[in-house]
Design a protein around this ligand. Structure first.
Ligand code: 13P
Length: 249
């Protein structure tokens, strides 16, 4: 059985003070969650959120990292730096990073390998653009992104990776993939994992849906056979909304 994982991606929102307020509101609302609960916060909130979630069931994640260990890389943050602050998860290859910061499949792969080497759980994002969907190449796009992201990852480490399927046209738009469409594409991703890593990794890897997931649509999405959780943007910024997605009943 794959344990569902619901992760908030706060993106570029919340000062440390605002972050602590949100976590304090969230704690009692999710302390009985069946799902694994994670918040992926801006670098500048990590210390404050680490202290606020200590002793709770809320996991701490970052939204990006550099794959090199150290050196002259102005503005970047390494896996060791995240680990030293108590970070456990890191989003890799979010479509906003691929689009605005030219993050390539190769860089995504290097980051995944580094995260695993350092004991961080990578949450790797894949998903098609609107034009790609309209051109009927969604399956090819997610298969390619998945296989390249997992290149050189040993089969026994694949279950430590989380994949987030985020159709780009659904992010922040209020449009969601239908639960059937999302589930079908997630099955395609799982089959791509099977092709390159084998049956057991394909059955064990958790694949989330992301893109305008909210308290209203979470339960329908989470009922689907292959959807193992959510990566939540907008709806993770309010404790009440996020907790409803976490409980999704
Ligand atoms: P929204 O939930 O705001 O659409 O964002 C999804 C997302 O990009 C999570 O990483």
């Amino acid at each position: 059985m794959r344990k569902p994982i619901i992760a908030g991606n706060w993106k570029m929102n919340k000062t440390p003070e605002e972050a602590v307020t949100l976590i304090e509101e969230l704690k009692p609302l999710v302390d009985d969650a069946e799902a694994e609960v994670v918040v992926c916060v801006p670098f500048t909130d990590i210390v404050a959120v680490r202290d606020a979630v200590r002793g709770t069931n809320i996991g701490l994640g970052a939204q990006n990292m550099e794959w090199r260990d150290s050196g002259a890389y102005t503005g970047e943050v390494s896996a060791d730096m995240l680990k030293a602050l108590g970070v456990e998860y890191v989003i890799i290859g979010h479509s906003e990073r691929r689009e605005y910061y030219n993050e390539t499949d190769e860089a995504v792969n290097k980051k995944v390998l580094k995260a695993l080497e350092k004991g961080l759980t990578p949450i790797v994002c894949v998903g098609e653009k609107l034009e790609e969907r309209e051109d009927g190449v969604t399956d090819e796009v997610v298969r390619r992104q998945t296989k390249l992201a997992l290149k050189d990852v040993p089969a026994e480490d694949v279950s430590k990776v989380v994949i987030a399927y985020e159709p780009i046209w659904a992010i922040g738009t209020g449009k969601t993939a239908t639960s059937e469409d999302a589930n079908n594409t997630i099955k395609v991703i799982r089959e791509a994992v099977r092709e390159v890593k084998g049956d057991q990794p394909a059955e064990e890897i958790r694949i989330q849906y992301g893109g305008s997931m909210n308290p209203k649509n979470a339960s329908e999405l989470m009922k689907m056979s292959d959807i193992d959780g959510g990566l939540i943007g907008g709806a993770s910024l309010k404790a009440d909304d996020f907790s409803k997605v976490v409980h999704h009943k």
